[in-house]
Write a protein that binds this ligand. Structure first.
Ligand code: ATP
Length: 305
């Protein structure tokens, strides 16, 4: 029986993010075009003979143990299936933390998938997604992966055909934003019609395989809150556009910015330029990757021994 698993927990960007309304219970109803990217956290899981869940990460500021969403994912299945064996989980984080790329959610999603395999629980992807939503609204999407329309509070998913391929430059400035605070400061009723991104048009462009259609409609309503508070986000977007990006946008509630490039050479040049900009101060974490295609760039995932 498999005792050891290596998994990749991929990050996401939002090609489109709209907030439709604030519900009476305080939650925001969203319409988002979710897209997995090739940047991932590496997760190693080991089944142990004695009970107990242990989570460790390579970053001192990410909680180990119970504070980690991955721990809660393992706990959820351990309790439900009354598992007697424990599990050791090691997370090597590469996805910017608190960056708007669903880093914690994707680690939790990977751990649900890993627990299912390590302990032969026999749960379908759908069954794992149903459990994932208890950990966070983005967790089901992180299990699904690829390109998807996300509605409701983020839990209602419609898979879409893969978005047209392109290179992705990711950059996170050295600032922290709280997702809760960003949504809290969004005045949905005061938004102008032009501030709402065209999510239905974006969905159609993806179905038509039109990269230009996607690029024309890149939009994130949360930029109206985050960019005035943190002008460096706007400066990174501007830098990417001036250095060959065909489009640039903040992901999720930020502060990570992504730029989309039609060609690899232009993307590489912008990557190097951004790393040097202001002697590396404009953005400390800069990554070059591609859109993730299920079954495409994940062939080496899930190795076990
Ligand atoms: P989202 O895009 O879903 O709003 P995010 O990418 O902005 O999320 P995360 O990277 O998930 O934010 O981190 C948010 C907080 O969650 C962090 O400050 C951290 O303390 C906590 N956390 C718990 N588990 C993890 C994990 N496995 N990886 C990263 N952060 C985690």
């Amino acid at each position: 029986m498999t005792e050891h698993l290596e998994l990749r927990a991929y990050g996401k960007i939002n090609l489109g993010l709209d907030v439709v309304r604030k519900r009476e219970d305080g939650y925001h109803e969203v319409r988002m075009i979710m897209q997995t990217v090739g940047l991932y956290d590496r997760i190693i899981m080991e089944r142990r003979n004695r009970p107990g869940i242990r989570v460790e990460t390579n970053l001192p500021y990410v909680p180990s143990g119970e504070g980690n969403l991955a721990w809660r994912a393992a706990k959820l299945l351990t309790d439900e299936f009354e598992l007697e064996n424990g599990v050791y989980i090691s997370i090597w984080k590469k996805i910017p933390v608190a960056g708007g790329m669903a880093g914690g959610s994707t680690d939790a999603a990977a751990v649900l998938v890993g627990m299912n395999r390590l302990f032969r629980l026999g749960l379908s992807k759908r069954a794992l997604m149903e459990r994932g939503v208890r950990l966070g609204a983005d967790v089901p999407y992180c299990i699904l992966r690829g390109t998807a329309l996300s509605e409701g509070i983020g839990e209602r998913l419609t898979p879409l055909p893969p978005a047209p391929d392109c290179c992705v430059l990711l950059a996170k400035p050295q600032i922290s934003v709280s997702t809760k605070a960003v949504y809290g400061n969004l005045k949905v009723d005061e938004l102008l019609p032009a501030q709402h991104p065209d999510i239905s048009g974006m969905e159609k462009a993806i179905r038509d395989g039109s990269l230009d259609g996607v690029l024309e409609r890149l939009g994130n309503v949360l930029e109206t809150v985050t960019i005035p508070a943190h002008p460096e986000i706007g400066r990174i977007k501007e830098f990417m556009l001036q250095n060959g990006a065909a489009g640039a946008l903040m992901s999720g509630s930020g502060p990570t910015v992504f730029g989309l490039f039609k060609g690899q050479e232009a993307a590489k040049a912008a990557f190097h330029a951004l790393r040097q900009a202001e002697e590396g101060r404009l953005a400390r974490q800069v990554y070059l990757t591609r859109l993730f295609r299920p079954g495409g760039n994940d062939r080496r995932e899930g190795r076990s021994r």
